[in-house]
Design a protein around this ligand. Structure first.
Ligand code: FES
Length: 174
């Protein structure tokens, strides 16, 4: 779960209270901390518990996992792997962002209860637009227009693009 700490820096914690495993996203953000909606324990952006109602001692195990997170170009980037391997230099750059003459159009967000790869595939597949979105943005005149010529893809770089693999063939012997 994501929230803004005091000072507005964004923080990302696993969505699970270490006390009784309640999703912290069911709680509230109070002065830059997350207050669990079950018994009111509060956690800071490092995942450390900083307050337990009616209790002065906070056990060191009262800690939830945090993820490295960074805001850049109007986007929140989260690293959910080994925190030691988080490397902000690997983030893609957004050309022209913040340059004079360009502006950012913010359109809110959509929540899709789906694997993110399904959304990426959908957004990279404009051929469906005419048919799936026939009552809104679909354009029947566009469905038969050939695609513009493609630029060759530089496959020497391993930092961009993706590879596809044919489904594994199986034989009677496996
Ligand atoms: S379950 Fe979160 S404080 Fe008890």
């Amino acid at each position: 779960m994501l929230f803004r700490q005091a000072g507005q820096r964004v923080a990302a914690l696993i969505d699970r209270c270490p006390h009784r495993l309640v999703p912290l996203s069911m709680g509230v953000c109070v002065e830059g901390r997350i207050r669990c909606g079950y018994h009111g324990m509060e956690f800071d952006g490092t995942g450390r518990c900083v307050h337990i109602p009616a209790q002065t001692v906070i056990p060191p195990t009262a800690q939830t996992r945090r993820f490295p997170v960074l805001e850049r170009c109007g986007l929140v980037w989260i690293w959910m792997g080994d925190p030691q391997l988080a490397d902000p230099t690997q983030l893609p750059t957004v050309e022209k962002h913040s340059e004079p003459g360009w502006e950012m159009l913010e359109g809110g967000y959509q929540h899709h209860p789906s694997n993110y790869r399904n959304i990426i595939e959908n957004l990279m597949d404009p051929a469906h637009t005419t048919f799936v979105h026939s009552n809104t943005i679909g354009d029947p005149l566009a469905s038969d227009k050939p695609s513009p010529p493609r630029k060759p893809i530089d496959t020497s770089s391993r930092t961009a693009g993706s590879r596809m693999r044919s489904p594994r063939r199986t034989t009677a012997n496996g």
